[in-house]
Design a protein around this ligand. Sequence first.
Ligand code: GTP
Ligand code: MG
Length: 241
Amino acid sequence: MSCRVSIVIPTYNEAGNVAPLIDRIYGTVQDEVHPEDAPQVVVIDDNSPDGTGQLCLSLRRKYPSLKTVIRTDARGLGSAVQRGILESDGDTIVVMDADFSHDCDLIPTLVAAVDSGSTDIAIASRYVPGGKMVASPHLSLGSRALNWFVRTVLGIPIRDLTGGFFAAKRSTLQGLESETVFTGYGDYSFALLYKGFKRGLRMQEYPFEYSPRQDGMTKTKYLRAGLSYGLRAIRLRMGLE
Ligand SMILES: Nc1nc2c(ncn2[C@@H]2O[C@H](COP(=O)(O)OP(=O)(O)OP(=O)(O)O)[C@@H](O)[C@H]2O)c(=O)[nH]1
Ligand SMILES: [Mg+2]
């Protein structure tokens, strides 16, 4: 099936979020992005015990362009995004979380920025003027500190490096694919942006308000993630991957 925009959503135990999110994307975003051409939502689920994948499969009747892949042979956010890009048909690809932390209303802006050619990667950002992270004080502080550290180590002028909400042309993303970019957790996001920066791609941030997850439990082990993100940034900067 051909389409102009694919929206890739990695999921693990998101049964309480994914159906209303898909309704929202098809109901609201569709009209604004390309009214003449339904977007394709691609869910990459890692065989969630709560049945997220089955739930998405059952929504196919309602939304024929919805594609669900249930992986049983792999687990992890970075590789799920890579699989989503591979499975999608769109010329422009949006990647976002399933838990309503990423504001659907920003999708048309990100897609328009990429489609107009004004930028190669349109990044949704909590940390440019107008953006906001609504979270507990320790989480907000931790995320800001981590972004400062990663930005300083990598030496790239992007404020939000760990968000995982962006749009780019398929060809751009495929050009950045290397054996290591799509590994790990949210750190794949800055590995991708760093490779893009080194290749001279144009990257622009667009503000949005990040909300706490609507339903379900976090999968992020914050302390461990912070340490491994920091180490990965150092490895990237040293050219070790
Ligand atoms: N396919 C897949 N998706 C994952 C995996 N881990 C997390 N996700 C999805 O990746 C997105 C980000 O994960 P979250 O648990 O929301 O991580 P977070 O945003 O740092 O944490 P909170 O929102 O505070 O819970 C969500 O859509 C998750 O369902 C995984 O191992 N495989
Ligand atoms: Mg989340």
